[in-house]
Design a protein around this ligand. Structure first.
Ligand code: AMP
Length: 403
């Protein structure tokens, strides 16, 4: 199948060609015709599957067919990084056509707030927003959704995990009832079903590769005590000569500490966390994309939707607290059919938790021997319950989605 088969606008097809997309991914194959036909949609798909283009491409085509004269499409997302990234993707995909978009998200300076307010009053065809900031802007008035044709909820499960349910309902109550609604979510817990039952009409359902990481990812693990992890990281980075690496840890505090420890042993790592000013976060992400920073350390916030080409290694410094987060973390590498490596460190307390990940992805992950100079690794007893529960549980940042 090719993109020509969808009968999309010629300018949109030109953008697809210039972006180097040869053929649609499975989610695109299934979702694009449904969206073009005007149906509501529930799509179970993770980042890395090409889901952004799956809704942006047909929506661009629809806006070009029938411009609505005001804000046509609202895309709600959990984080400002995802809002910025989708905005950038829309910019690329609409390069040859006349469609405007803007991102509305929290953080940043007062100037940022005013800029967003001004831009909003002028309007844009597509607005990508985080719920909290959008409500704040809506309260200030001057936002006219009466021309809205389409609402997209992206990473809906994460929005609910982050406590945005009430905000979503509040926003949606102020949108026209006659509209097309598309809901994308990596998981489908009951609360997503409940939400979609409320706001979608006769939706078509699409299910893409539930919790299976892309096949191009080489997955490995090391059994290691916490005190062995730093030296092990140094050894892996040296051996692999990686140019672009993300290291995940479970909490902001651990991320900051790890940045200091890595720098102390001569690895120029940079920490990405919510205490950084908006501008610093943007600059850091930009430097990472441009490969001027080669090692980024972050929490699971970073694992959602960050789209950086050519990440060669994802290193889980600890086992992610939620098995679904593992899939999201390692999905940062091997984007859209490229290859990459994902390595996880498993200490003596997280072995059972790691076995749940293996169960979720349906395969066992190879455990590599520690370099001899690091001494003996913990013994492997995945069935054994740790004395006080897994080490990460108490640090769980978001509520575990109910399955
Ligand atoms: P997403 O799941 O939207 O985060 O997209 C993951 C990555 O796949 C992004 O880097 C996209 O640019 C890329 N991508 C999306 N669709 C295609 C396609 N049809 N062919 C090749 N790459 C794609």
């Amino acid at each position: 199948m090719t993109f020509e088969d969808f009968d999309l606008d010629g300018g949109v097809l030109d953008s697809i060609e210039s972006m180097g997309y040869k053929s649609p991914t499975p989610i695109q194959e299934q979702a694009i015709p449904v969206i073009l036909a005007g149906h509501d949609l529930i799509a179970c798909a993770q980042t890395g599957t090409g889901k952004t283009a799956a809704f942006v491409l047909p929506l661009l085509d629809k806006i070009l067919q029938t411009p609505s004269g005001g804000i046509n499409t609202l895309i709600l997302v959990p984080t400002r990084e995802l809002a910025m990234q989708i905005d950038q993707q829309i910019e690329a995909m609409s390069y040859f056509v006349d469609v405007s978009s803007m991102a509305v998200y929290g953080g940043g300076s007062g100037a940022n707030w005013n800029q967003q307010k001004q831009a909003l009053s002028k309007g844009a065809d597509i607005i990508i927003a985080t719920p909290g900031r959008l409500i704040a802007q809506m309260q200030m008035g001057g936002l006219d959704f009466s021309y809205l044709e389409t609402l997209v909820l992206d990473e809906a499960d994460r929005m609910l995990d982050m406590g945005f349910y009430e905000d979503l309902i509040r926003i949606i109550s102020q949108l026209p009832k006659e509209r097309q609604t598309l809901c994308f979510s990596a998981t489908m817990p009951p609360k997503i079903r409940q939400l979609t039952a409320q706001i979608l009409r006769n939706p078509v359902q699409i299910n893409i590769a539930i919790s299976k990481p892309a096949t191009g990812i080489k997955q490995l693990a090391y059994l290691a005590f916490d005190q062995q992890k730093l030296a092990l990281t140094a050894s892996i980075l040296k051996e692999g000569d990686y140019k672009s690496v993300i290291i995940f840890s479970s909490t902001k505090e651990k991320v900051k500490k790890l940045e200091r420890e890595l720098q102390r042993i001569g690895i120029a790592a940079k920490a990405f966390h919510s205490d950084l000013e908006q501008e610093a976060r943007e600059q850091l992400m930009y430097a990472f994309k441009a490969k001027r920073v080669s090692v980024l350390v972050g929490t699971d916030v970073l694992s959602r939707g960050i789209d950086v080409e050519g990440i060669e290694l994802v290193l889980n410094y600890d086992v992610p607290p939620d098995p679904e987060d593992y899939v999201h973390r390692i999905g940062r590498t091997a984007r859209a059919a490229k290859t990459g490596t994902a390595i996880t460190f498993i200490n003596e307390l997280d072995q059972r938790e790691f076995s749940f990940i293996e169960k979720l992805i349906g395969r066992s992950i190879e455990k590599m021997p520690l370099p001899i100079e690091l001494g003996p690794a913990p013994e492997y007893h995945p069935q054994k319950r740790p004395p006080n529960g897994p080490t990460q549980k108490k640090n769980r940042k978001f509520k575990k989605p109910s399955k």
